[in-house]
Write a protein of this length. Structure first.
Length: 271
């Protein structure tokens, strides 16, 4: 981590329903729990899922008089979204300015919208760590690679992998930096062992070709949806009214996810 530059973690995936926003919030809060100074940028100004999650968190903390760690939050609108009067400027300059303003933080987590946009591409090109959550299916795999329908062998990288390749080249030209791409296998199901094996094999094959790491993500659990109205995460056990075995297992998943990202130490957290 540079002396004046936050480590940028970008959540990127053009498929909906992969758990991207939930993963973004949990990563940000987990880092804040570890003592890091964290900012969160929501680039989906229409849905504002990440921003709403953290707004719910702040409101719940005030109501219950709880001392919950709270990352800083900013929402930046895309040109195509027709931002309301008073909203942040809808261009890539606004993103660059926000990142510059937060350069003194340890980490900035950026949640991109589930579509191709200038803002999403700009975020990818500046990422230090790119996290792509995907459901464990070939529907989601098609985002990054195409497979043979008979053998399930990878035919070629798909459009999102090509976009990441372009972003990596842009990053290299800009400052000589690299993008560590991590694909998370979210919502794994123990009931589809054959499909899991085929998807896993295809991911391992494609990882060698286009250069990403595969990591365990978050399972399909009702608890993740239940936490949203209060803005809580699996690390806020003291604020939960009931704690079950499922909560404990989900918290272990989250910790495994954070460890798998292999992020740099937040050296400025104790400053």
């Amino acid at each position: 981590m540079g002396a004046q530059q936050a480590h940028l973690i970008v959540l990127g995936n053009e498929k909906g329903g992969s758990g991207k926003s939930t993963t973004a919030v949990h990563i940000a809060v987990a880092l804040a729990h570890d003592g890091a100074r964290v900012g969160v940028v929501d680039l989906d100004a229409r849905q504002r899922t990440v921003a709403r999650y953290l707004e719910n968190r702040a409101a719940f903390a005030r109501k219950r008089e709880l001392a919950l760690v709270q990352p800083e939050v900013a929402v930046i609108a895309d040109d195509a979204e027709g931002a309301a009067p008073g909203a942040p400027r809808a261009d890539t300059t606004a993103l660059a300015e926000r990142l510059a303003a937060w350069a003194g933080l340890d980490f900035v987590v950026v949640d991109t919208p589930g579509r191709n946009s200038a803002l999403a591409r700009a975020a990818l090109a500046r990422a230090d760590t790119l996290v792509t959550p995907m459901n464990d299916s070939f529907v989601d795999f098609d985002l990054i690679g195409q497979v043979d329908p008979e053998t399930y062998k990878v035919r070629r990288p798909s459009f999102f992998a090509e976009m990441v390749w372009d972003a990596r080249k842009a990053r290299g030209r800009a400052d000589g930096g690299t993008v560590d791409w991590v694909v998370l296998r979210n919502r794994l199901s123990s009931l589809e062992a054959r499909n899991m094996k085929r998807v896993g094999g295809a991911l391992d094959e494609l990882a060698k070709r286009v250069g990403f790491r595969v990591a365990p993500g978050l399972s399909e659990r009702v608890i993740y949806r239940e936490l949203f109205p209060r803005g809580l995460t699996l690390l806020d056990m003291a604020a939960l009214e009931e704690v079950s075995v499922s909560h404990v297992a989900a918290r272990a998943e989250l910790r495994a996810l954070i460890a798998a990202l292999a992020l740099p130490a937040a050296v400025r957290a104790a400053a």
